[in-house]
Write a protein that binds this ligand. Sequence first.
Ligand SMILES: *[C@@H]1O[C@H](CO)[C@@H](O)[C@H](O)[C@H]1NC(C)=O
Ligand SMILES: *[C@@H]1O[C@H](CO)[C@@H](O)[C@H](O)[C@H]1NC(C)=O
Ligand SMILES: *[C@@H]1O[C@H](CO)[C@@H](O)[C@H](O)[C@H]1NC(C)=O
Ligand SMILES: *[C@@H]1O[C@H](CO)[C@@H](O)[C@H](O)[C@H]1NC(C)=O
Length: 201
Amino acid sequence: MEIISGSKILVLLHLSCFCLKFGTALDSITSSKSIKDPENITSSNGVFRLGFFSLPNSTNRYVGMWYNVGSPESSVIWVANKNKPLKDNSGFVMIAEDGNLVVLNGQKEILWSSNIGNRLTNVSAQVSDSGNLVLQNMNGVSLWESFQQPSNNAYVPSMRIRTNARTSEKVQLTSWKSSSDPSNGSFSLGLRTFLKSSFGT
Ligand SMILES: *[C@@H]1O[C@H](CO)[C@@H](O)[C@H](O)[C@H]1NC(C)=O
Ligand SMILES: *[C@@H]1O[C@H](CO)[C@@H](O)[C@H](O)[C@H]1NC(C)=O
Ligand SMILES: *[C@@H]1O[C@H](CO)[C@@H](O)[C@H](O)[C@H]1NC(C)=O
Ligand SMILES: *[C@@H]1O[C@H](CO)[C@@H](O)[C@H](O)[C@H]1NC(C)=O
């Protein structure tokens, strides 16, 4: 009895230290905090979760975000490695040395990368309360957002489908191949050009 309560106190102490130290970062992946299957992180309002999931009739693992209610597969809003599934449970998500957010398999092969620049320092990836995954620098400047690159079948209320005619950057939603395979299907929804005047003032 003595020993059990002693270790409980230790666990509590450990947890409270953890919370004091990292309490603001439980919704984030940082260079010192990666997640490995089946770990996950949740937006600070608790509505969205980022983690690993499988789809029905498939053992492939994907990294994505979903509404934090019920099962991931029924409420996925974004998939990172949709075209390159993890084949087992050895995957992880981390901030790579070049500063990109990456999904790696157990062999440390990159299956997906945010793929912006290569000399980013002190970046972190945060699951925002609106379901946007934001890669930002230490000043909170956004460098990459999942809302800009949804390639997905789901639409979150505050997300905007947009396209930038100047940079020809394009945001579009792409259908899944099937309910067990989120890789590119045959349909997409997006805007080809953005004409400000056509929306009035
Ligand atoms: C979330 O993470 C916890 C702790 O690692 C794990 O036990 C749980 O199964 C995970 N949930 C999902 C849906 O991945
Ligand atoms: C899974 O496989 C079974 C048997 O082939 C099939 O009846 C079922 O519809 C499949 N489910 C999904 C979601 O594809
Ligand atoms: C990164 O953050 C650490 C701790 O906050 C700080 O000591 C370091 O100077 C930062 N590096 C850069 C390049 O800003
Ligand atoms: C999947 O679709 C996205 C756009 O929706 C495109 O950028 C990407 O290149 C496609 N990937 C493959 C493997 O077809």
